[in-house]
Design a protein around this ligand. Structure first.
Ligand SMILES: [Zn+2]
Length: 474
């Protein structure tokens, strides 16, 4: 459940962390939505399809297992209801988004749904625009989900598109809301940890590395998949080049091996089990082999990685040298390692540079994680996935449905009865629920359920929020 893309709005002021007030019972911020900084022309930011045929062609080119654009009347009805909910809850962001997006069904075995990464658009090719469509893997539809659960899921995916919360500039705004304050989940973006300025100082740092390094460094995944931007580049390289077929197959092998090492993935907790010597050796072998493969089949492109990153981030080509305030700080932090690599290997190809930069960033993150003064588990981060969950709660509430829809889906359809019971018991007993360890922007399912339950309750205090009785919870 991810989305990628970009935005170029760097001008609007971002609230500094210090000015954030501690939560009050009827928190005004809770009762309004974040300013996502969108310019109000949907035409510039989305790729719309004339008809289902065109949407189908677009998806087929990117997902070989594409099956069809859904014509299921139930899914169409749920999608229409969710679209109406977005118009109520996010009227500003919905301007120009007059029709619900088509739903592409893909025959991929993983029960998943996701928005697609932005594609290059605009006259100079540097703009990234989001395709107005999202993908549902067929197994997800075979889990017997209720209307409420599917609405929650659709709202989460549509939030990625409508809010463009995978865009670099929007994520920088979201990062500003990742504060640690005393109080409860009444604060719209949540804060379960006690206020601690020491921790606060680390947030931008960890966010930068989290966004760039991605997940599971212990499993050497980052050597291959180092954050969405690299992933995009690597996927494009692999898909577009028959000489990379063997490398693509090895990547698949690596993914399978990594999944075996994630025993709690079924509850959304990507906490790897310790790898045996043999497994670790196999991880290392595959990783190295994939990197070698990418470097040799990855073409002759020697473009500066830093320059390329600036383009991908939606910044003007000279942005690396410009002052972009808070956003620039984050970008600079992420670019430091890449600039060093550029300097060290000026003649290297793009893939060769990626092969150098990703493990280095992983080392940085691992060092941070091992540092006792850097209590990574205590850091509360607000990012696009939580934003999409929170948005889904607002949307479902606006149409009279249960705001916890997406969490109910996770709990009822993806967890076992035992895991669900354990989660409900922990919440009832007031025990701490696992927040995850920043390996994944998706938080553990139980935490998402607890959070959305609290948010749903808090939203009840907001009489000014739009409500309707468009649907029946179910
Ligand atoms: Zn998502």
């Amino acid at each position: 459940m991810v989305a990628c893309g970009s935005d170029t709005d760097d001008e609007t002021q971002i609230l500094p962390l210090e000015s954030v007030e501690p939560p009050a019972p009827a928190n005004p911020a809770l009762c309004s939505t974040l300013d996502y900084g969108h310019e109000q022309s949907a035409a510039e930011h989305y790729l719309f399809f004339d008809d289902d045929q065109q949407a189908a062609e677009f998806i087929r080119a990117r997902r070989p297992a594409f099956s069809e654009i859904s014509s299921d009347p139930r899914l169409a009805r749920l999608m229409t209801e969710i679209h109406a909910g977005f118009v109520l809850a996010f009227p500003k962001e919905m301007q120009g988004l007059d029709v619900p997006p088509p739903i592409a069904i893909v025959d991929d075995p993983a029960p998943n749904a996701y928005a697609l990464a932005g594609v290059a658009g605009g006259a100079d090719g540097t703009e990234r625009i989001n395709p107005w469509v999202f993908v549902v893997n067929r197994p997800l539809l075979d889990l017997g989900a209720t209307d409420t659960e599917l609405r929650g899921l659709f709202a989460h995916e549509l939030a990625h598109l409508v809010l463009r919360n995978g865009d670099t500039a929007v994520r920088a705004r979201l990062a500003q809301r990742a504060y640690l304050v005393d109080g409860s989940e009444d604060w719209v973006f949540g804060a379960v940890q006690p206020g601690d300025p020491e921790l606060q100082a680390h947030i931008a740092e960890i966010l930068a590395y989290q966004g760039r390094v991605g997940s599971l460094p212990e499993l050497a995944l980052n050597a291959v998949v180092g954050g969405p931007k690299y992933t995009d580049l690597i996927r494009t390289t692999l898909e577009g080049n028959p000489e990379c077929a063997e490398t693509a197959a090895q990547l698949q092998e690596l993914n399978t091996l990594q999944r075996e090492l994630l025993p709690d993935a079924s509850i959304g907790l990507v906490e790897p089990a310790p790898a045996t010597e043999t497994q670790r050796a196999e991880l290392d072998r595959l990783t190295q082999s994939i990197l070698d493969g990418l470097v040799s089949c990855g073409g002759e492109d020697t473009l500066s990685l830093a320059f390329l990153q600036a383009l991908l981030a939606g910044l003007p080509p000279d942005a690396v040298a410009e002052d972009h305030s808070r956003h620039a700080e984050l970008v600079d932090l992420m670019l430091d390692t890449e600039l060093a690599i550029d300097a060290e290997f000026p003649e290297a190809t793009l893939m060769a540079r990626i092969a150098q930069v990703v493990p280095r960033l992983s080392v940085v993150l691992l060092a941070l994680r091992a540092d006792p003064n850097f209590p990574i588990d205590a850091i509360r981060v607000y990012d696009l996935e939580e934003d999409a969950d929170d948005a889904s709660a607002r949307v479902l509430r606006a149409i009279g449905d249960d705001p916890r829809g997406v969490a109910l889906f996770l709990l009822n359809r993806l967890m076992t009865a035992e895991q669900k019971q354990e989660c409900e018991d922990a919440i009832a007993a007031g025990e701490g629920v696992d927040y995850g360890r920043l390996r994944d922007q998706h938080l553990p399912y139980c935490w998402r359920f607890q959070h959305l339950s609290q948010l749903a309750e808090s939203l009840e205090q907001c009489s000014e929020l739009p409500t309707s009785d468009l649907v029946q919870a179910g």
